[in-house]
Design a protein around this ligand. Structure first.
Ligand SMILES: NC(=O)c1ccc[n+]([C@@H]2O[C@H](COP(=O)([O-])OP(=O)(O)OC[C@H]3O[C@@H](n4cnc5c(N)ncnc54)[C@H](O)[C@@H]3O)[C@@H](O)[C@H]2O)c1
Length: 368
């Protein structure tokens, strides 16, 4: 028996977020229930499509749907305008209509790309997210941000377009490469730190047992709890004017580290884990948390297989310069999402640069 669905309710749209083991089996019923009866256009990547699309297409066709599929190469490089144009050709050439829906089957790359295509083709058609990575299940498939990269920066072109449904089948995580799965746990831990102390303690308890043995309904339940944090925040602040900024915890330095190390060496979630550890130390130096908070969070990150040490040979001036180029900078001040304790966070724009520099210098002094 699956739990009651979570619900996003924003001015831009209201929809269920269904997270359950085996949820894809019930997709035709859910589409029917929400009134989607037009043709379905599945967009996926070349890793995910062969594993999950064929049985899904068969099930949807058996339920009477007209279904087509298209794949893009797996990886971040597919998130660009050239791929958007290719998908427009496929949709418009194939006779897409306003009542049709795009189904985004894959991780955050597919979700952002297919979401942007759905937001813009024919001035917007229905979108259904079918996330297959942990990051997409707890984060990118919820909240309506869609978009692609520009040569000058990540996610610089996009639109808000809420899906009509997000349906995550946690059974798909069985085939996700272990390193990708671990990177997803970084976002789960971030959600626990900023908003859900009970989730934090559950993650500590599971880590003490054996995280890799987490499966089936137990896995789905913990992912649901993490997704609820994102849903609550999005419900309060769809357009990121206030509370949604808390989701950036670990991301200001995380993005700087990711970019400075040239994308590729570190996965996004790994950079976020390092960013959370450094930003916790910023909060500690500002008197917002005690040193034992920093240690407890570091223990949890390690327990879930995540790094906390700065990669060697990054330039501190370069990292600081990159934090100033962050999208969340306003009037020249970096707005940091910082913890107040386990389960609580706030946004501060008064972290002195000398203090941030001292945290980075100390991190290097401690590294082997
Ligand atoms: N829209 C948002 O709010 C938001 C939030 C966070 C991140 N993002 C975006 O999400 C993207 C990262 O997403 P991601 O981490 O899911 O990466 P991803 O989509 O690249 O997926 C990671 C890898 O796993 C493979 N994969 C996916 N599901 C699989 C499965 N079940 N089995 C086997 N392999 C599988 C993919 O082919 C890919 O190689 C970034 O582009 C980021 O900007 C968006």
């Amino acid at each position: 028996m699956h739990d009651a669905p979570l619900r996003v309710t924003t001015p831009g749209g209201a929809y269920d977020v269904i997270i359950a083991h085996g949820a894809l089996d019930c997709l035709p019923d859910h589409l029917n229930r929400i009134g989607l009866r037009g043709a379905l256009w599945i967009i996926s990547d070349d890793q995910v499509f062969p594993q999950y699309a064929p049985p899904l297409i068969e099930r949807l066709r058996a339920a009477g749907y007209d279904v087509q599929g298209s794949t893009v190469p797996s990886g971040e490089t597919s998130k660009d305008l050239a791929m958007v144009a290719r998908l427009y050709d496929w949709l418009i050439g194939g006779g897409v209509e306003r009542r049709d829906a795009v189904l985004a089957l894959g991780g955050g790359v597919v979700g952002d790309l297919a979401g942007f295509v759905a937001a813009t083709v024919l001035r917007g058609i229905a979108l259904v997210h079918l996330p297959t990575t942990l990051l997409a299940m707890v984060d990118s498939a919820i909240g309506g941000k869609t978009g692609v990269n520009h040569p000058l920066g990540k996610n610089l072109i996009g639109a808000f377009h809420q899906p009509r449904l997000t349906l995550a089948d946690t059974a798909t995580l069985r085939t996700l490469p272990p390193r990708e799965l671990r990177a997803g746990w970084a976002e789960v831990i971030k959600h626990a730190v900023i908003r859900d102390a009970d989730l934090f303690v559950r993650l500590e308890t599971i880590a003490g047992a054996e995280p890799d043995s987490l499966q089936g309904d137990a896995l789905a339940a913990i992912i649901r709890q993490a997704a609820r944090v994102k849903i609550d925040i999005v419900n309060a602040d769809e357009r990121e004017t206030g509370e949604r900024m808390l989701l950036n915890y670990g991301h200001t330095l995380g993005h700087a580290i990711e970019a400075a190390s040239g994308y590729g060496d570190l996965l996004h979630g790994e950079a976020v884990a390092i960013g959370m550890h450094l930003e916790a130390q910023i909060a500690c130096r500002m008197g917002m948390v005690e040193p034992d908070f920093v240690e407890r969070q570091e223990r949890l990150l390690h327990a879930w297989g995540l790094p906390t040490a700065l990669p060697p040979a990054l330039d501190i001036d370069d990292l600081l310069e990159r934090t100033l180029r962050d999208k969340k900078v306003r009037a020249g001040k970096v707005r940091w999402a910082l913890p107040l304790g386990i389960g609580s966070a706030t946004v501060r724009d008064d972290a002195p640069e000398t203090l941030v520099r001292a945290v980075l210098e100390e991190a290097y002094a401690r590294s082997p």
